[in-house]
Write a protein that binds this ligand. Structure first.
Ligand code: SF4
Ligand code: SF4
Length: 172
């Protein structure tokens, strides 16, 4: 049995995890619901904390968009537009793609990175800020918190103090 699921302190990630738990519970109702634990970090090299990013203007307009098809969170939105206005003749060389990654939905799974035939997608790391974590801790579907730290004294102390305050605010 899984006792606890550790995920990044990001609303899209927490929602994806809880959706997964709901689906699992509907299939095996007798299994105890695991805790959802959010992680905060002070080191942007931690793979828990990343989002996909690309510039659609760098994409060939006639790309079959495998990134869009493989994304489990429906976090990539792309549409082909005709350069010169909607009444212009579609031209595979001049048309372009618009849109890209919807950051609020991307939870950094990385599936899109490997399927892009033109290597246009990057994984962008981020450090979770205390204010966003405080908002997450107010949710009823977050049960615990974990610190990912470099272990450097100043960095670790700042994260620890911030979290003490957050737990006080959220009454965890
Ligand atoms: S990293 Fe995952 S969730 Fe984010 S856009 Fe790519 S496939 Fe979608
Ligand atoms: S697969 Fe790559 S090139 Fe094609 S639309 Fe997605 S990011 Fe752009």
């Amino acid at each position: 049995a899984v006792d606890c699921i550790d995920c990044a302190a990001d609303a899209s990630v927490v929602s994806a995890v809880n959706e997964g738990i709901d689906v699992a519970a509907s299939i095996v109702p007798e299994v105890q619901r695991p805790w959802v634990m959010v992680s905060v970090n002070d080191d942007c090299r931690d793979l828990h904390f990343r989002k996909a990013e690309f510039d659609p203007e760098d994409c060939p307009p006639d790309c079959s968009k495998p990134c869009d098809k493989v994304c489990p969170a429906d976090a990539i939105s792309l549409k082909r537009v005709m350069v010169g206005g909607e009444h212009a003749q579609s031209d595979p060389i001049c048309d372009k793609l618009e849109g890209g990654v919807i950051m609020e939905r991307c939870y950094g799974c990385g599936r899109c990175l490997s399927v892009c035939p033109y290597d246009r997608i990057r994984a962008m790391p981020y450090v979770r800020d205390p204010a966003t974590t405080a908002e997450l801790l107010k949710r009823s579907d977050v049960d615990a918190i974990e610190i990912h730290t470099t272990g450097k004294w100043v960095s670790c102390s700042l994260v620890y103090l911030s979290l003490l305050f957050l737990c006080y605010v959220a009454q965890l």
